[in-house]
Every structure is written in structure tokens, then in C-alpha cells.
Write a protein that binds this ligand. Structure first.
Ligand SMILES: [Fe+2]
Length: 299
């Protein structure tokens, strides 16, 4: 069925899709003003429908507005390096450097038992040439798999570990102390290869090259081949959208629905600030069916 490119939600939020499979620019909202419940509901609707939503022209926002916007999606995580603003994770990248750009396909916090649900990233000093962020739909990546592969992976889990994947990567986490603290807090975990969105019931591929180490119960080489096969789905352009940063821009994405990739070609230093919203355990298909028997065909 053909999709409308643009539409208006009940609270007045205007939605313009960026691509058929993923992404929308939303407008009709001023984040420097108190957020009405009707607009907050629209933002959630748009996010769950498109996986990632983008806002422009929000240069009047302050930290408190960023926080209020994130709260439309849940409870902000407070583990940033600044005690005055613990909700903020700084996202900085130097011109010409890959460091800090997160230039692999990933979802945020896969190594945590309860990864953040939503990430709200705001341009503070954006790079206006290069340094885009790409997003790929995990729902489309799953939906496009052959049926026999969907069946094969339905109950599989993969292992993930911060220490194994980012050995002493202090730059990414701010300091050696922060890295040690995170490793103590987050021992190795397992996550479902296919996850189900807790609100919409959409099924999505969750394995990724950045954070998937092995498939539980599978021979190592076989598991690596499967991780590579599945993760490659995210590289299909028809599942992707791309966001160029500018003054006053924001991107809000659902870590259960999309993966992202920071393109490391920024031509000037770039500084963004991220607030993530607390999530729960990633639901497998079996978890979802046990929790919501009436909706087990969803997705
Ligand atoms: Fe990220």
C-alpha cells in the first residue's frame, strides 16, 4: 500500500517522512515552550511509527527544555560525567577523527541488561559539513529476512560485553574511572537476536556488529557468520535515512527500532548532547507472547 509522505497528528504535530522505511521530520513544535500532553503524545506516535524523528529550528532550547523533551518518552538516565547535569552524555568529535563518532552500526547500550529505550540527541555546536548520522530500520531489516531465517533466529540470543568490545576505550567513556565503573556495573549479558517493541509489538532485528560477540549455544564460527549475515541487513540503503546536523537540530530515536552510525567525515569539531531514557529488558518473541498473549501475531 502506498504511503502518504506527510500527515498531521491529532495534537497538531506535522510529520514528513524522510524515507518510506524509516525517519520523519516533525514540525509545529517549539521545544523552548512547555510541552503539551497532546504534542508529547504525537511525538511518541511519530517515533514509534518511524523509528527516528528529527526536529529543526530549536536553537532557543536550554538544557531544561532538552530534559523536558526527553521526559515525554520516559525517565532520563542519570549517569553522565557532569554532576550538575547527570542526564547529559556529551557526544564530541574532532574534525577528521573517528574517535567519538560511533562509526559502526549499533544501538545504544546493548551491553546493559536494560538498554536505554530512547535517545534524544541535540546539536550544541554542530558540524555543518560532514559528520551526518545515519539510521537504519531494525524493523525493516527483520521483515525483509527469508521466512526460514526468521524461524531459525526466533529464539536465539547473543552475548554482549562492554569490556570485551571496548577494551580500555577511555576516550569514548570520558575517563578510565568511568570505564572501570561501567564494567563493574555491567558484566556480560545476553540479548535476543529478534526483539519485540514493548508498546507496538513490532519485531526488530537487534544483533549488530558493534556489540554482538557470539550466538548463545552456537559454534563460534557459525555464530560469527550468522551475526555478520544479519548485521549486513542494516547496510541496505532502502532501510536507511540520513540526518545532516545544523544549528537547532535534534534527532530522537528508539533503540529498539533502529540502529545508527555516525559518519566520521566531520570537517570541523562537533559537539552534541544526548539524553537517554530508561528502558527495560529487551523482549524476545517468547517474552512478548508470554506477556501479551492476545497480541502475539503483531509485527
Ligand atoms: Fe550511539
Amino acid at each position: 500500500m502506498a504511503q502518504e509522505r506527510s500527515y498531521i497528528l491529532p495534537g497538531g504535530l506535522a510529520v514528513e517522512r524522510t524515507q518510506p522505511a524509516i525517519g520523519a521530520v516533525v514540525s509545529g513544535i517549539d521545544c523552548s515552550q512547555p510541552l503539551s500532553e497532546a504534542l508529547a503524545a504525537d511525538l511518541r506516535t511519530a517515533l514509534y511509527a518511524h523509528g527516528v524523528i528529527f526536529l529543526r529550528g530549536q536553537g532557543g532550547m536550554r538544557f531544561s527544555d532538552h530534559l523536558a523533551l526527553a521526559e515525554a518518552f520516559g525517565t532520563p538516565v542519570r549517569d553522565g560525567p557532569d554532576p550538575e547535569r547527570p542526564e547529559i552524555t556529551p557526544v564530541s568529535a574532532r574534525a577528521g577523527s573517528r574517535e567519538g563518532t560511533a562509526s559502526t552500526w549499533h544501538s545504544d547500550g546493548v551491553y546493559q541488561p536494560e538498554p536505554p529505550a530512547v535517545s534524544v540527541l541535540r546539536a550544541i555546536r554542530p558540524c555543518t559539513f560532514g559528520g551526518d548520522t545515519c539510521y537504519s530500520s531494525a524493523v525493516a531489516a527483520y521483515a525483509g529476512l527469508p521466512d526460514e531465517l526468521k524461524e531459525e533466529i526466533a529464539d536465539l540470543r547473543f552475548t554482549s560485553s562492554l569490556a570485551a568490545r571496548m577494551p580500555r576505550n577511555y576516550g569514548h567513556f570520558g575517563s578510565a574511572e568511568k570505564w572501570e565503573e561501567l564494567n563493574t556495573r555491567y558484566p556480560p549479558v545476553t540479548q535476543p537476536v529478534v526483539t519485540v517493541h514493548p508498546v507496538t509489538g513490532a519485531r526488530a532485528l537487534y544483533t549488530n556488529v558493534a556489540w554482538s560477540l557470539a550466538i548463545v549455544g552456537m559454534d563460534e564460527a557459525e555464530g560469527q557468520a550468522l551475526i555478520a549475515r544479519l548485521s549486513a541487513e542494516f547496510t541496505r540503503p532502502e532501510y536507511q535515512t540520513r540526518w545532516s546536523w545544523e544549528e537547532g537540530a535534534l534527532a530522537i530515536w528508539d533503540n529498539r527500532l533502529v540502529q545508527h552510525y555516525g559518519v566520521p567525515d566531520q570537517q570541523s569539531d562537533r559537539y552534541l548532547e544526548r539524553i537517554t531514557v530508561r528502558g527495560g529488558p529487551m523482549l524476545s518473541i517468547a517474552d512478548w507472547e508470554a506477556r501479551a498473549p492476545a497480541a502475539c501475531d503483531a509485527g
